[in-house]
Design a protein around this ligand. Structure first.
Ligand SMILES: Nc1ncnc2c1ncn2[C@@H]1O[C@H](COP(=O)(O)OP(=O)(O)OP(=O)(O)O)[C@@H](O)[C@H]1O
Ligand code: SF4
Ligand SMILES: [Mg+2]
Length: 339
């Protein structure tokens, strides 16, 4: 299979008054044409910064390490001049976010906003053709009564309908890659299901590759073929979807799986959220970022970052427990507690 996107050793930091925030610290992965990959992980793990780095939608304080590369259809986006990057944005790569209201102009009818999106890359189209295409997109994303809805303003739409408008705009130019950053987090479950259905249809009909970012492993299980589990600015585990649920090979993934309600069949069972809090990214730990919260941590975990171990077809995990030669002396964090 041909990769459409190959991210290699992505490191993104922010220069702030309280120091350098090392948000993404060496992320590598690739994505095939038409593939849906999920990125999961707790708040602050670097999911959004990873995806924003791909399109360089970052504030001026952000720095992408010169050794990182982001190959998209053969071009390195991390080095591409701004003008060429703008041509790729919206046309070949589109993005949808959690809060559609912030990306829609409240003063312009939604239909016109969709038309504008098409126009950016199709200046040649007449007003009538633009309207036709925009209406077709409304139908594609199953907005009922598209003609009537076309002339309405964002505030006249519900959250779910607004998200559909955002998807219609993202699809306006049939992108090869869609990055969806928690697009369903603010929506109720029924609407969420409909949006997921939409995305699946898009992938099937147009072979669009999708990066789907979420906190919700249940959604990932439904939608994605592969998943990246992030923590502390790094990919802790990467796996085909079934293998992740059947054979999770990282203590952090285990912790996440235990915290999903749908998978905890026993209704009476109390869900375990992972105790402790994520690392301070201005001063990330030298070793495994999960070590202070990991029940299996050893001395070496606090000192050194583990290498990846290949644990199956397309499945890798960054944990010292998978390194047969790693020294096994006790858990430094537990000893600290005992003192
Ligand atoms: N503009 C910024 N300036 C400084 N630090 C930032 C900035 N944006 C993000 N960060 C930091 O980068 C780290 C990664 O943030 P990111 O937004 O990628 O997390 P996330 O995994 O998307 O979390 P969430 O699930 O809450 O969306 C966090 O420590 C965050 O505080
Ligand atoms: S490397 Fe050590 S601390 Fe990190 S997840 Fe594995 S056992 Fe836990
Ligand atoms: Mg985020």
């Amino acid at each position: 299979m041909e990769p459409i996107l190959t991210v290699d050793n992505l490191k993104t930091a922010f220069l702030t008054s309280s120091g350098k925030v090392q948000a993404v610290r060496g992320v590598s992965f690739s994505l095939n044409k038409g593939e849906i990959v999920g990125i999961v992980g707790e708040s602050g793990s670097g999911k959004s910064v990873t995806s924003m780095s791909i399109l360089r939608l970052l504030p001026d304080t952000a720095r992408i390490d010169p050794e990182s590369s982001i190959l998209f259809e053969g071009r390195d986006l991390s080095r591409l001049p701004k003008k060429q990057l703008r041509d790729i944005r919206g046309q070949k790569i589109a993005m949808i976010f959690q809060d559609p209201m912030s990306s829609l102009n409240p003063l312009i009818p939604v239909g016109n906003q969709v038309e504008e999106m098409i126009k950016i890359h199709h200046r040649e189209l007449s007003g009538e053709e633009l309207r036709k295409r925009a209406l077709a997109l409304f139908q594609d994303v199953r907005i009922p009564e598209p003609e009537k809805r076309f002339a309405q303003y964002p505030h006249q739409f519900s959250g779910g309908m607004r998200q559909r408008v955002m998807i219609a705009m993202a699809l306006a130019n049939r992108p090869d890659l869609l990055i969806a950053d928690e697009p369903t987090t603010a929506l109720d479950v029924t609407i969420q299901d409909q949006i997921l259905k939409q995305l699946r249809a898009l992938q099937r009909e147009w072979n669009t590759a999708i990066i789907f970012i979420t906190h919700d492993l249940g959604v990932v299980a439904e939608l994605c073929q592969r998943v990246l589990v992030m923590y502390g600015g790094l990919i802790m585990e990467e796996s085909p979807i079934d293998d992740l649920f059947e054979r999770p090979r990282h203590p952090y993934t285990l912790g996440l799986l235990r915290s999903i309600p749908a998978l905890n069949q026993d209704k009476g069972a109390r869900l375990d959220s992972i105790p402790g809090s994520p690392p301070d990214m201005t001063n990330p730990p030298a070793g495994c970022p999960f070590a202070p919260r990991c029940p299996y941590a050893r001395q070496i975990c606090a000192r050194e970052l583990p290498p990846y171990a290949a644990v199956g077809e397309g499945h890798r995990s960054m944990c010292w427990l998978l390194q047969p030669d790693a020294p096994a002396e006790g858990n430094p964090f537990r000893e600290e507690e005992a003192r």
